[in-house]
Write a protein that binds this ligand. Structure first.
Ligand code: F6P
Length: 388
């Protein structure tokens, strides 16, 4: 068998671990692994390399990034722009059938796609329309994919963000500053919640709960200053936005149209780095002379900075957890390919690696209302400004 593998979307610690798991299993079973470079881009451009000499990849699972390179190429980009629903579906089907034929062009028996909801959606459509021999492995530091307890890469990114926030605390304390730390996570707040709680952040803003600038930031800072807190860490998810009411009432430096009309990537995701909510919060706080006066009244400095963690959160080596999880997912995905069980993805459920229909991997998992993690956040934050 010739089993193709590609990695698509943003890179993520643990991609090479999954790849190594696939190599170990497939090669030991006497079959070949064909690496496809730069995700769907390389798939369409016939960019392949034979990876069947395992000696070349010793300890690959310990190395960050992806040996196969990645891209955010969406083969359905033009088809998806078609307004008429019937015509759009027909166009998507046509591309999916061409993509399925490409498996033959590349002389592959099957393909394992490692990626987030966008990459998996491309593979799922190939399976739906072309009955293609595809298997998925869900990936994202954001941990926002359904049907898997954790995606690999998440805990590495949590640790990186938590370490940075720990470190920022010493400089915040020295200068008695407010630091707004922007954490990755476009649609879901998992990363910001887990790293923020872990590092003892004082305010934690996530995309699932639009914030009220006055109530959730200004009032909390006032409460904190009044109980003699002299420095403050605000963990802000890059996808966090104010409520419509707060945006219109409290914000002077940004208008709703800017947030609504952000440029988008190939898959239609807003490029949040262009918005930079942490910078907006810093600017808005800086304009609040009432808040400054309040701080002065309590003898506190009113000095505000922002730090955007950005792509540093995806960089570096995977944690041990993600290495092991990646290897296990890789071995199980290879198993599916060897048993010719297609249209599935592998996932983590409790202690076990399980499978789910590939299409399920395209669904988002957001932080649900009533989650114990939200309760924990609120308790931990409120206790910091409780009086005796
Ligand atoms: O989806 C993972 C992610 O890291 C998001 O948290 C972030 O918004 C996005 O990728 C950034 O993408 P890019 O690497 O294209 O800037």
């Amino acid at each position: 068998m010739k089993i193709g593998v590609l990695t698509g979307g943003g890179d993520c610690p643990g991609l090479n671990s999954v790849l190594y798991g696939i190599l170990l299993k497939v090669i030991s079973a006497g079959h070949s692994v064909i690496g496809i470079e730069k995700g769907w881009k390389g798939f369409l451009e016939n960019k392949t390399k034979n990876m069947s000499n395992i000696n070349e990849f010793d300890d690959l699972h310990t190395i960050g990034g992806t040996l196969l390179y990645t891209s955010r190429t969406n083969p359905y980009k033009n088809a998806k722009k078609i307004k008429n629903q019937k015509e759009r579906e027909e166009a998507i089907k046509k591309v999916a059938l061409e993509m399925t034929k490409q498996l033959n062009v590349l002389d592959l028996d099957s393909l394992i796609a490692i990626g987030g909801d966008d990459t998996l959606a491309v593979a799922a459509a190939m399976h739906k329309f072309g009955n293609a021999n595809v298997i998925g492995v869900p990936k994202t530091i954001d941990n926002d994919l359904s049907h898997t307890d954790y995606t690999f890469g998440f805990w590495s990114a949590v640790q990186l963000a938590s370490n940075t926030m720990d470190n920022i605390t010493t400089t915040a304390r020295s200068h008695q500053r407010i630091f707004v730390v922007q954490v990755m996570g476009r649609d879901a707040g998992w990363l910001t919640l887990f790293s923020g709680i872990s590092a003892g952040a004082d305010i934690i803003l996530i995309p699932e709960q639009p914030f009220d600038f006055e109530k959730d930031i200004v009032e909390v800072l006032k409460e904190r200053v009044s109980v003699n807190r002299k420095y403050h860490i605000i963990a802000c998810s890059e996808g966090a936005v104010p409520t419509k009411e707060s945006l219109e009432r409290d914000f002077k430096t940004v208008i709703p149209e800017i947030i609504e009309n952000l440029p988008k990537d190939d898959f239609g995701n807003p490029l949040l780095a262009k918005l930079n909510m942490s910078k907006i919060i810093v600017k808005e706080l800086g304009l609040r002379t009432d808040l400054k006066n309040y701080f002065t009244q309590y003898g506190a400095e009113f000095d505000i900075r922002d730090v955007v963690l950005g792509h540093t959160m995806r960089a570096g080596t995977p944690s041990s957890f993600d290495r092991i999880l990646g290897l296990r997912l890789g071995i199980h995905a290879a198993n599916l390919a060897l048993k010719e069980q297609y249209g599935k993805m592998v996932c983590l459920r409790g202690e076990k690696i399980d499978t789910a229909p590939l299409i399920e991997g395209t669904q988002k998992k957001l932080v649900p209302d009533g989650s114990d993690i939200l309760e924990l956040r609120d308790l931990i934050i409120q206790v910091k400004y409780k009086r005796d």
